[in-house]
Design a protein. Sequence first.
Length: 143
Amino acid sequence: MKKIDSRVSVAGQIRAEDIPKLAEAGVKVIVNNRPDHEEPGQLTAEEARRIAEACGIDYHHIPVRGAFITPEALAKFNEILEKSDGHILAHCRSGGRSTLLWAIAQVASGRMSFEEACAAAERHGYDVREAVRRHLPHLIPQR
């Protein structure tokens, strides 16, 4: 897990055995940004939901394909950020899509500037500048 801000961490694909450990570590919400069956053997959203709920974790599946964030995905993620109490873990294959979704949500909501959100992502090894700029051209000055 990479703690991207005070309430949100991102990670690559989680396994069934990770979920109880996440609950012990204080994760209250899991957001799965990976489409089901993206690769063989991947934990499905329904399996993960069942385990998470048994561990007392609120579970959401907001699949993102590639670096394209739909307005619906952004709205759902933003709602989770605004309404959830406690630590949130967003995950996908590598953490990249989850970080991109987080950065877009920060800028679109006005919680962070473009520079602040991109710098936070970059501190954890994710270069999201061009993708955020592409998704929010009306909010971000073009070069």
